[in-house]
Design a protein around this ligand. Structure first.
Ligand SMILES: [Zn+2]
Ligand SMILES: [Zn+2]
Length: 353
């Protein structure tokens, strides 16, 4: 317990010492308090300034007329924004980076929602470092209501995970074709998370990659390269004709490893030119790409996938963190490849567009 009073308390919880604040408020202030504590600070400063210009005062208790101190909104967030001449702004956009202007002009984006996602495109099985079989992962995905999954185990460079070599890739692709013939109640795409080697070549030969439905390319080693070297490495990887997705593009692990440096704009421009999508890795340890970079990439015409990188059936539920991350990058369903139905998706990855 850090402190408490008549209507508030603060505590640190859990191993990470996350601070939790509890506030008790009257219903008439609920929306105001929600808006106030959701932030961000930059957004709230701009919103309060807007209120002042309108002869109003916004606090956690409500929106008041300065002249006579009468509360004109506060019960709901929608009511507060409405009284300020704005539509409700989704919390993920509240950063004062253009969302207030967009709201004013009626051009807030339609944001992606969890229900738009039709399949999960990045997961591991007991073939490498996953904890469940292909069948178990597919069944868990089917229970989540997906139309399809891509199974994307590691490639041979990650030898400690027993990564697949060319021979196993070919056998795996054949096995998935057989599985789909029998049918698991969900379409399975054969994939790989192929290591992008130090020099930018792919860990597996092209004729093996050609057997698969979906190739993700990821950097898992030599992450301490200089920016120029890493840029060349990624540009070279993009030359691989079978590559469809760049996995966890910046390599960051939250609280553990910073993003590796590279020329983001150049790599994105090349990915766009070659029809390669960028992954939004939904694992709570990664959230990679993240909001700001997603927005930058979208402005350059990039397309995205949202995937969990699950190593266990339970981790498929992390999709919601990926969706929230995509929303922070202003993405709508049309920006994301795995909002397509199974047939359209199959076509899209086949033709690389
Ligand atoms: Zn990976
Ligand atoms: Zn992975």
């Amino acid at each position: 317990m850090l402190g408490h009073g008549e209507n508030k308390a603060s505590a640190k919880v859990g191993r990470e010492g996350l601070q939790v604040d509890v506030r008790a408020l009257l219903p008439e202030s609920f929306g105001a308090a929600m808006q106030y504590f959701t932030g961000s600070k930059d957004h709230n400063v701009a919103i309060r300034l807007r209120a002042v210009k309108m002869g109003l005062k916004l606090s956690e208790y409500g929106l008041f007329r300065v002249a006579d101190d009468v509360r004109i909104a506060g019960e709901t967030e929608e009511g507060i924004y409405r009284a300020l001449g704005l539509p409700w702004i989704p919390p993920e956009l509240r950063e004062n980076t253009g969302e207030i202007e967009a709201a004013e002009q009626g051009r807030l984006p339609e944001l992606v929602e969890l229900r738009h996602i039709r399949g999960d495109l990045h997961m591991h099985t007991t073939e490498t470092d996953g904890r469940a079989t292909l069948e178990e992962m597919a069944e868990a995905a089917r229970e989540l209501g997906y139309q399809y999954v891509a199974i994307t185990d590691h490639s041979k460079a990650l030898s400690m995970t027993n990564g697949l070599d060319e021979k196993r890739v070919v056998g795996f692709a054949r096995r998935v074709r057989e599985i789909n013939r029998i049918g698991l109640g969900i379409r399975v795409f054969s994939g790989i998370e192929c290591d992008i080697l130090k020099d930018g070549t792919m860990d597996l030969a092209n004729d093996a990659l050609a057997e698969l439905d979906l190739v993700i390319g990821s950097v898992h080693s030599h992450m301490n390269q200089e920016s120029a070297e890493m840029t060349d490495r990624l540009l070279r990887a993009l030359e691989c004709p079978h590559l469809r997705i760049v996995g966890h593009p910046t390599g960051r692990i939250l609280l553990h490893r910073d993003p590796f440096p590279f020329d983001f704009d150049r790599v994105v421009a090349e990915a766009v030119r070659r029809g390669v999508s960028l992954e939004i890795n939904a694992s709570p340890e990664r959230l990679d790409l993240h909001g700001t970079l997603i927005r930058t990439a979208k402005a350059k015409g990039a397309r995205f996938t949202i995937s969990t990188d699950a190593h266990h059936p339970k981790q498929l539920a992390s999709m919601r963190y990926g969706v929230v991350t995509a929303r922070r990058g202003w993405l709508g369903p049309d920006d994301i490849l795995n909002t397509l139905g199974a047939d359209e998706f199959a076509q899209a990855i086949h033709s690389k567009s």
